[in-house]
Ligand binder design. Structure first.
Ligand SMILES: [Cu+2]
Length: 328
C-alpha cells in the first residue's frame, strides 16, 4: 500500500498507531479483560489531553493574551478550582472505576475449564483440567476456546514471575506459595503472545509463550490430542532418536508419556513437535532448532537448567531432532 505522509507529525502518528497492532499489544484487544483496560487507557488519554490543553491554554492566556496583573480573587479561584476541586473529583472517579474493574478481571469461570500455569526459571508448566476431572500437562503454550471464560490459576516454583498476555488481559504476579487467579475470555480467534512481566533472573526476557485462540470444536480436538500418549517412532531415524533420548538421560528430566521417560524437572515433551515454538517462545519448531537447542542450550538461553549436549555428533543431534519433531 502506498502511503503518503504529509507532515512530520503525520509520520510520528503513523509510527505510534502502527506500534499499537500486533500479537503482543494491549491496545489490539482480543479479550474481555484487555477491552476493559484499553477503554480505561483511552479514557485516561483523552482526559489527559483535555487537561493538557486547558493548562497550556491558561498559560498562553496569562502570558500572551492578558499579560500583567490578575486580581487576587481570580487567582484564588483558579488555584482552589484547578488545584483541589478538579483533581479530587477526577481522581475519585478514576479510583472508583479502577476498583470496580478488579472483581470483573478476576471473575471465576463457569468451571468448565481450568488452566494452571506454573512459572519456572525460565519456562511455563501448563496443566489443563476439564469439567470431567481429566488433567493433562504440557508446557510453553496456551490454547483457548474463543468466547469462553477460562479460569487461569497461577503459581510459581522458584521466584516471582508475572503472567501477561497483553491482547487478552492485564498482567498478574505468580508468587511462590500462593495461587493467584485470572479470568481469560478471548473475544476473537488468532495467534497472540504472552510473556513474563516480572524480572525473574538472567533469562527473564527469554521466557515467552505463544497463545492460540481457537474455535471451540478445534480447541476440543486439540485438547483431546494432548491427552494421547506419544506417537511411537515410525522411521529408522526417529527410532534412533528415541533410543538416544533414553540413552542420554533426557528422560530423567523430561516426560514423554507412553515411554519410560517420566522426568518432571523439565517440560513435558509428549507433543513437543506440535507446539508453535521451542524453548518457551524463543525458537521456531523444526529439526534444526531442536539440534541447536540440545547442543548449545546455555548459549540459546543463559543460565538454563538443562545441560548442553554439545558432545553429540551432528547426526545424533539430527536424529534426536527428527524424533522430537515426530512427537506431534
Ligand atoms: Cu519469569
Amino acid at each position: 500500500m502506498a502511503l503518503r505522509i504529509a507532515s512530520p507529525t503525520g509520520a510520528v502518528l503513523v509510527v505510534l498507531v502502527a506500534a499499537c497492532d500486533g500479537p503482543q499489544s494491549a491496545l489490539d484487544v482480543a479479550g474481555d479483560g484487555a477491552t476493559r483496560i484499553a477503554d480505561l487507557f483511552w479514557g485516561m488519554a483523552a482526559g489527559a489531553a483535555v487537561i493538557w490543553i486547558g493548562v497550556v491554554g491558561l498559560a498562553v492566556y496569562a502570558t500572551r493574551v492578558r499579560p500583567g496583573e490578575h486580581s487576587g480573587r481570580t487567582a484564588k479561584l483558579l488555584l482552589i478550582g484547578g488545584g483541589v476541586v478538579f483533581p479530587t473529583i477526577v481522581l475519585t472517579g478514576l479510583l472508583s472505576y479502577g476498583l470496580l474493574l478488579i472483581p470483573e478481571l478476576r471473575e471465576p469461570s463457569d468451571g468448565r475449564l481450568i488452566v494452571s500455569v506454573t512459572g519456572e526459571q525460565w519456562w511455563w508448566r501448563v496443566r489443563y483440567e476439564t469439567a470431567d476431572g481429566r488433567t493433562v500437562e504440557l508446557a510453553n503454550e496456551l490454547r483457548l476456546p474463543v468466547g469462553e471464560a477460562v479460569e487461569v490459576r497461577l503459581e510459581s516454583r522458584d521466584v516471582i514471575h508475572a503472567f501477561w498476555v497483553p491482547s487478552l488481559a492485564g498482567k498478574i504476579d505468580m508468587v511462590p506459595g500462593r495461587v493467584t487467579r485470572l479470568s481469560l475470555k478471548p473475544t476473537r480467534t488468532g495467534e497472540f503472545r504472552g510473556a513474563c512481566a516480572e524480572y525473574c533472573g538472567e533469562s527473564h526476557a527469554l521466557m515467552a509463550f505463544p497463545v492460540a485462540v481457537m474455535e471451540p470444536a478445534a480447541f476440543a480436538a486439540w485438547l483431546e490430542d494432548q491427552h494421547a500418549l506419544a506417537a511411537p517412532p515410525s522411521t529408522p531415524e526417529t527410532e534412533r532418536g528415541a533410543r538416544l533420548f533414553m540413552a542420554m538421560g533426557c528422560g530423567s528430566c523430561h516426560a514423554v508419556r507412553g515411554t519410560a521417560a517420566a522426568g518432571t524437572i523439565g517440560p513435558d515433551l509428549t507433543h513437543i513437535g506440535g507446539r508453535a515454538s521451542l524453548g518457551a517462545g524463543i525458537l521456531v519448531n523444526d529439526v534444526d532448532a531442536f539440534a541447536r537447542w540440545i547442543a548449545e542450550t546455555d548459549h540459546v538461553k543463559p543460565g538454563v537448567r538443562m545441560p548442553a549436549f554439545g558432545m553429540l555428533a551432528e547426526s545424533d543431534l539430527r536424529a534426536l531432532g527428527q524424533y522430537l519433531e515426530s512427537l506431534q
